[in-house]
Design a binder for this molecule. Structure first.
Ligand code: SF4
Length: 326
C-alpha cells in the first residue's frame, strides 16, 4: 500500500520559479512512490483575497495548466479543485466545533499576516479559521504525510492537535498523526533580492515568454560591491549566481571564475544565464503552450480528480459521523 500524501496551493496568481523549485519538483518525485492528492484550494484563496474573487476561477485553470506542464501526472496523482468537493467544508465545520479559539489566535502565521498585509482586511472569522480548513483538507484523505518546509511545521502541528482533540473528545483513534516530509529546497529570492512574491512583482513566472525572461533577468540585482566592470565580483553575494546554482549548476565553475577574475561583466553574465533558464524551462513552456489550446481537457482532468477525491472524502465523512453520533 502506497502512503497517501496531500498537498495544495492557493490559486492567487501566476506560478513562478519559486513554486517550481519549492514544491513542484518535489511533487513530481513524490508521485512516483506515493498516492498523491494535490488540491487547488480555492476556498483558501477566497479567505485571503475575497475582494478579488472574480480572478480565482481563471487562476484555478492556470494553476492546473502549470501543474500538468511541470509533470504532475493525472494518471499517478489525484488533481482536483477544493470547492468541487464540499466534504472539505463539512469536515471543517466539524473541526471548528472542537478547535479552541486560543489555538487559532496564537497561530504565528496568522499574526504575521495581520501585521504585514495592510491592503486587505483579514480580520475575519474565515481567515482566523483557515488552519481548521487546512486540517480538514489533510485529514479528509487520512493523509500519512504532507511535504512542507520548516516554516510550515506549526500548521501541521495544529492539524495534529485538532485530530488528537477529535480522537480524545469522541474517544476514538480514528485519525492518525500525519507526518511532515521536510523538503530541502533551494532558497530562491526575487529579482530584487527580496522574498519572491507576486505582491512585490519580482518573480519570473512559469508562463513568461523567452523575451519576458530576458527582460526580467536583465533587471536582477547582482553583487552590490561590484560597481565597475574591472572590479572582481563575489558570486556568493550575487542573486544571479544563486539562480545559476539551481538552474544551470554545470555553469557555476565558469561563472565563479569569470566573476572573481572580472573577466566578464554582469550584463553578459545575466544574458548567458537567461539563455540557460529559457533552455531549462523550454520543455515546460512547450507543454504549457500545447495544453493551453485545450482547456476542455484540463477541465476533464479536474473532473476526474474530483470524482476520485470525492469518493475518499465521502467515505471519511460517513465514518466521522459514525464516530460522532455513535
Ligand atoms: Fe553576479 Fe555574474 Fe555579476 Fe558575478 S558577473 S556579480 S555572478 S552577475
Amino acid at each position: 500500500m502506497k502512503k497517501t500524501v496531500f498537498s495544495a496551493m492557493r490559486p492567487t496568481g501566476k506560478l513562478h520559479l519559486g513554486h517550481l523549485v519549492g514544491a513542484l519538483h518535489n511533487w513530481t518525485e513524490l508521485q512516483k512512490s506515493h498516492q498523491c492528492i494535490f488540491s487547488i484550494v480555492d476556498w483558501h484563496a477566497l479567505m485571503g483575497e475575497y475582494e478579488q474573487s472574480a480572478a480565482i476561477r481563471g487562476n484555478v485553470l492556470d494553476m492546473a495548466l502549470d501543474w500538468l506542464a511541470c509533470g504532475i501526472d493525472p494518471k499517478q496523482s489525484v488533481i482536483f479543485v477544493q470547492s468541487d468537493v464540499p466534504e472539505h467544508l463539512e469536515l471543517q465545520m466539524i473541526f471548528s466545533c472542537i478547535t479552541p479559539l486560543g489555538w487559532l489566535e496564537r497561530n504565528p502565521t496568522y499574526k504575521e499576516q495581520l501585521r504585514e498585509i495592510e491592503k486587505r482586511d483579514l480580520q475575519t472569522y474565515g481567515f482566523l479559521g483557515y488552519p481548521v480548513l487546512q486540517a480538514a483538507d489533510i485529514l479528509l484523505y487520512k493523509a500519512n504525510a504532507v511535504p512542507i518546509g520548516e516554516d510550515q511545521l506549526p500548521h501541521l502541528e495544529l492539524t495534529r492537535e485538532i485530530s488528537r482533540r477529535f480522537n480524545h473528545i469522541f474517544k476514538t483513534e480514528f485519525f492518525e498523526d500525519c507526518e511532515a516530509i521536510l523538503t530541502q529546497t533551494p532558497r530562491l529570492l526575487g529579482l530584487d533580492g527580496r522574498k519572491m512574491s507576486k505582491s512585490y512583482n519580482n518573480a519570473i513566472n512559469l508562463s513568461d515568454t523567452p523575451e519576458e525572461i530576458q527582460k526580467k533577468v536583465k533587471t536582477m540585482f547582482t553583487d552590490p560591491k561590484r560597481l565597475r566592470l574591472k572590479d572582481p565580483g563575489h558570486p556568493e553575494d550575487c542573486n544571479v549566481y544563486s539562480y545559476y546554482k539551481v538552474f544551470a549548476p554545470q555553469q557555476c565553475e565558469a561563472v565563479y571564475n569569470w566573476c572573481t577574475a572580472a573577466e566578464k561583466g554582469c550584463t553578459d553574465c545575466k544574458k548567458i544565464f537567461a539563455d540557460h533558464l529559457i533552455d531549462h524551462l523550454s520543455e515546460i513552456s512547450a507543454k504549457r503552450e500545447s495544453l493551453s489550446k485545450d482547456r476542455d481537457t484540463i477541465k476533464d482532468i479536474l473532473q476526474e480528480g474530483r470524482k476520485k477525491a470525492q469518493a475518499i472524502a465521502r467515505q471519511t465523512i460517513e465514518e466521522v459521523k459514525e464516530v460522532i453520533f455513535a
